[in-house]
Design a protein around this ligand. Sequence first.
Ligand SMILES: *Cc1c(COP(=O)(O)O)cnc(C)c1O
Length: 399
Amino acid sequence: MSKFNINKARFATLCVHGSGGVDPATGALGIPIYQSSTFAFKSAEDGAALFLGEKEGYVYTRLGNPTQAAFEREMAFLEGGEAALAFGSGMAAISSLIFALCRSGDNFVSSDTLYGGTHNLFADRLPKYDIDAREINALDLSNIENAIDERTRLIYIETPANPTLAIIDIEKCSKIAKKHHIPLVIDNTFSTPYFQKPLQLGANIIVHSATKYIGGHGDTVAGIIIGKKEFMNELRAEYLRDFGGIISPLNAWLLVRGLKTLAVRMERHQENAFQLAKYLSFHPKVENVWYPGLSTHPHHDIAKKQMSGYGGMISFEVKGGRKAGEKLMNSVKLFTLAVSLGDVDSLIEHPASMTHSTYSAEDLKKLGITENLVRISVGIEDPSDLIEDLSQALKLIKS
Ligand SMILES: *Cc1c(COP(=O)(O)O)cnc(C)c1O
């Protein structure tokens, strides 16, 4: 039987068919959940060779597991990277990566508008290990250049940024990184490889909270790093094995399943988000709408250049301050008041008091995370139902 040439396939086909592999052990089309902590050796010599790394195979699930390997293979494939390494959460992936690249006395440069947990790690946890995270406004690229010195080990950029949807030019950042011979790391959680391919834009390493769009159903927490094979092997041996932040086989399986529908989900998230962003833009009780797809977005041109679509996240300011925002969040009926994002269900939250409460009041102000900023993760419901829900809730706000 002649085989379909997967290398010629478009992205949606790749999501469904993956790297072309069935389970090597059984031929199962769906990868089985290898719910086992340990793997039997064929002989004492076989076990010793596996431990020495002279032979490939499975030993113990903290060191590797076939279901985890399937998820890593698919993610590397979809991001166009050599290899990937899965973790039990996005934060496990990010912290392991920083510890792998930096030692005590080193520093790195990071964009200042970050996921709240990432900021917490960078600003509050890393100083204890004498690692200096220099959070700067990366919208002005000269700030990156100025923060780099001989102990700078990486540039870390989140784009689109959480929660302001600021867009940072990946290609331009990669030129600075190259000039200084340090890797550029991109948090690609908001876009996924469906809308943004950082490696093609010159980035060296990608991190994801796979909890979000990759899983897509709000039923698991996970993270992943994509990069060069040699570096991933080193990370596996030194950081996954010894720090132990592994993903469970069941969660890896949920993510492999999630990837199959990534393309259709992202299309629908985006379609719905566009409709809601336009609706909100014209609403008299809404002040500012941040959605990279709108031509009014301050970085729309960069978004258009480096992304093939704009995703499903919108932030907006409700007229009437914190009270008005709270009224909106307490009045929606179809949206769920919850953090996290990228689920098939629509979610709504208040960054200043929830996901970004790790930032000081002063930093929140500087970054534009105002008291009346509301963030929505637009799900895949019928957009008319979502608009009706926002409409009835906005009506209840006294102007
Ligand atoms: C959620 C999130 C993280 C952290 O991931 P967890 O899976 O919650 O540990 C990191 N970056 C971004 C952009 C996120 O949204």
